[in-house]
Design a protein. Structure first.
Length: 361
């Protein structure tokens, strides 16, 4: 048995059976989002190394992304989830310059341990204000600052079995109160923090007495009101039978882009096959993949050709503007389009990139 697959394998089998019974005729719109757990201080480097890691992406990403466009004429969008505990003004300023050129946005990442509700609230509010001062993050119609979130070490809502790397059971409640619009942590397989619910966009309820309360939830559904504390936007999770360990066991496909698991056309197909969508709106599919792009091996892999291969495959197979329309989106834009689908909107999803939350100016 693959590591910790007992947590989610039953859900996966049920989804596979359901997909065989379902069908949809008509053009498919694909929202493609790249979420980077961007950690310049990874492995405790010196400042010079941190700066090089940031600069590598500031200079390298536009050279690649500038060659590709989606059905809306947008370049591939990149979302840097920057760690609160690694804040350096100069690094954020450089990343903000990249984002201002139209290549992406910045959201919040956090590693913490043995924390409290008060400590977590202080960290999030303080970092939210700092990012806002850089001209980052989004806002709603009332001017409230909003942010997307990824939890370090996958330990959202104290979900590790040993209860380390967090400490706050009702973390979803704190996130909502401090302005979080959605969580993008999952999937986390093969970690034991992985939820039973997979390949879904759903609302989860917080529970101060129970860790990992987002293990289940209520699907975001077309024409239905929100139900829960926080939206959870998951990326694809499946078994890859075309990539087997020892030639026997299928490997876990979790949407990670890395040196050890670079993007390929076969993996792209598998992401799309998971049909992650708003319930009742199967023609809009949401794909969120992730990486730890500051790590040297991963950056070298992605910026030296593997990412170009992925974009080329996406645009050649999934952007013929007849059967498929491709839309490169940031995390915020993905959330906005999900909310539009929930509200029953139709047509080109690219028209709803700013549906609820506006980009900081």
């Amino acid at each position: 048995m693959l590591k910790n697959t007992h947590i989610w394998l039953t859900s996966y089998i049920a989804q596979c059976l359901a997909k065989r019974r379902s069908s949809f005729n008509g053009p498919i719109h694909i929202m493609f989002c790249m979420a980077d757990h961007f950690e310049p201080m990874w492995n405790k480097p010196q400042y010079e190394t941190e700066a090089k890691r940031v600069e590598r992406w500031v200079l390298g990403y536009p050279k690649i992304a500038g060659r590709f466009i989606d059905s809306d004429g947008k370049h591939p969008q990149y979302t840097f989830f920057y760690p609160q505990e690694e804040y350096r003004k100069e690094h954020l300023s450089r990343l903000q310059q990249l984002c201002s050129l139209g290549f992406g946005e910045i959201e919040i990442h956090l590693h913490h341990d043995n924390d409290t509700e008060e400590g977590l609230t202080e960290k999030l509010n303080d970092f939210k204000e700092k990012l806002s001062q850089h001209g980052l993050l989004s806002h709603n119609g009332s001017g409230d600052i909003k942010y997307g979130f990824i939890h370090g070490n996958w330990a959202l809502a104290n979900s590790r079995k040993d209860r380390t790397r967090c400490g706050v059971n009702n973390e979803l409640e704190i996130l909502k109160k401090t302005g979080c619009y959605a969580d993008f942590t999952l999937p986390s397989a093969p970690s034991d923090t992985q939820t039973r619910k997979i390949n879904s966009i759903y609302y989860a309820k917080s529970n101060a007495r129970k860790p990992k309360s987002h293990n289940t939830g209520i699907d975001v559904e077309k024409g239905k009101n929100p139900s829960g504390d926080l939206m959870i936007i998951q990326g694809p999770l499946s078994l890859n039978f075309k990539n087997r360990k020892w030639g026997i066991l299928p490997r876990i496909e979790n949407g990670e882009l890395s040196f050890n698991n670079p993007p390929t056309g076969q993996r792209v197909d598998l992401w799309i096959e998971q049909n992650i969508c708003v319930k009742g709106k199967p023609d809009w599919i949401f794909i969120k993949v992730y990486t730890h792009g500051a790590q040297e091996k991963n950056a070298q892999c992605l910026l030296s050709g593997k990412m170009e291969t992925m974009f080329l495959y996406l645009e050649e197979k999934y952007n013929n503007k007849k059967d498929y329309f491709l839309h490169y989106v940031t995390a915020r834009e993905m959330y906005n389009i999900i909310k539009a689908a929930e509200a029953g909107m139709d047509g080109n999803p690219g028209n709803f990139r700013d549906y609820v939350l506006k980009k900081a100016q």
